[in-house]
Design a protein around this ligand. Sequence first.
Ligand code: NAG
Ligand code: NAG
Ligand code: NAG
Ligand code: NAG
Ligand code: NAG
Ligand code: NAG
Ligand code: NAG
Ligand code: NAG
Length: 293
Amino acid sequence: MIAFGALLLQFLQVTLVVSQAKPGCQDKCGNISIPYPFGIGENCFREGFGIDCNSTNDGLVPFISGSNIDITNISLSTGEIIVNQYIARDCYNRTGFQVRNNRPTFKLRNSGIFTLSHTQNKFTVLGCDTYAYIGPPYDDPDFQTGCRTICKEPNMVIDGSCSGIGCCQTSIPKGVKKMMIVIQSFNNHTNVSSFNPCGYAFLADLNWFKFHGLSDLLSKFYEKNNGEAPLVLDWAVGNQTCEEAQRAPNSDHACVSENSYCYDSTNGPGYRCNCSVGCLGNPYLHGGCVCGS
Ligand SMILES: *[C@@H]1O[C@H](CO)[C@@H](O)[C@H](O)[C@H]1NC(C)=O
Ligand SMILES: *[C@@H]1O[C@H](CO)[C@@H](O)[C@H](O)[C@H]1NC(C)=O
Ligand SMILES: *[C@@H]1O[C@H](CO)[C@@H](O)[C@H](O)[C@H]1NC(C)=O
Ligand SMILES: *[C@@H]1O[C@H](CO)[C@@H](O)[C@H](O)[C@H]1NC(C)=O
Ligand SMILES: *[C@@H]1O[C@H](CO)[C@@H](O)[C@H](O)[C@H]1NC(C)=O
Ligand SMILES: *[C@@H]1O[C@H](CO)[C@@H](O)[C@H](O)[C@H]1NC(C)=O
Ligand SMILES: *[C@@H]1O[C@H](CO)[C@@H](O)[C@H](O)[C@H]1NC(C)=O
Ligand SMILES: *[C@@H]1O[C@H](CO)[C@@H](O)[C@H](O)[C@H]1NC(C)=O
């Protein structure tokens, strides 16, 4: 009986930690956990946090609702999600003829709850005759940044050193919700196409990319990654601060669990919730934060 009680308690703890969806709602899509305020299907998510869980060739895949942006991780404690984003490339054949050039964009209808993370992402450009920039997808941008990378000889490229020879990196400003990447070359990869036929550019999780020298300058880099890189997005509830949301009449404050607190987003409008120190779980659900003794 005692053993059974202990088992039951353990089972409850595991259930509490693992299932963070609204009660009665699907808590996973494929093998990705979907914690509330995110959710799949009617009455299972907070406004703006809907997820489409669609069947694809790779099995069930979660998408930001109404978009073709697929999600690989959702974190409540950091307020981040990770999505797959296309890598830009600009390719030439041996006679300097441009054979490929794409301009990936990231944009969501009504901009939504997501902002590109300026702390967790870096804009990276790879190539020996390449420049690329990132900015909002408008003719008259309110920011634009990028870099240029060259390498005249393959032996000038140094593994692990992303500083302008074969690789360059830059940060993006805070508060950016939409982007487009443009990539070009100055000399059509003349004299470098044998070891570097393509330039690449992407905004991606800074922990994901480590420069591996010449091997990253070959087209295998693109194929190895299926033409995609992980992009970190910050998310937030609403467009008010914690204080404004608490004061608002008919407040629909998201931090509903006991032992939770509210904090303002530092990247764009809105706020997020956290369980108090010593507690774990989902601050967005009633009874969601479970505290140790
Ligand atoms: C989820 O599934 C994908 C594809 O099957 C796999 O690559 C990945 O390692 C899995 N992740 C976890 C955490 O199991
Ligand atoms: C996912 O399924 C929904 C509902 O059928 C559909 O509206 C949406 O376009 C699909 N998304 C993708 C990326 O296929
Ligand atoms: C998602 O991110 C969390 C940390 O925020 C990590 O503990 C977890 O393993 C990640 N899950 C997957 C499937 O990558
Ligand atoms: C490069 O492409 C152009 C246009 O298709 C073609 O005329 C030329 O022969 C190609 N060069 C090589 C080396 O394949
Ligand atoms: C690059 O190629 C284009 C046509 O593909 C040509 O018009 C241009 O002159 C070339 N530029 C250089 C620097 O070779
Ligand atoms: C390519 O190499 C030739 C021979 O070394 C040189 O004359 C030419 O300026 C180089 N072109 C470029 C674009 O670097
Ligand atoms: C704040 O969000 C509400 C509800 O989503 C919306 O009606 C309102 O226009 C937004 N206000 C601003 C300043 O964006
Ligand atoms: C939220 O809680 C986690 C885990 O206790 C902690 O690491 C993190 O710093 C907290 N974030 C904020 C903004 O308080």
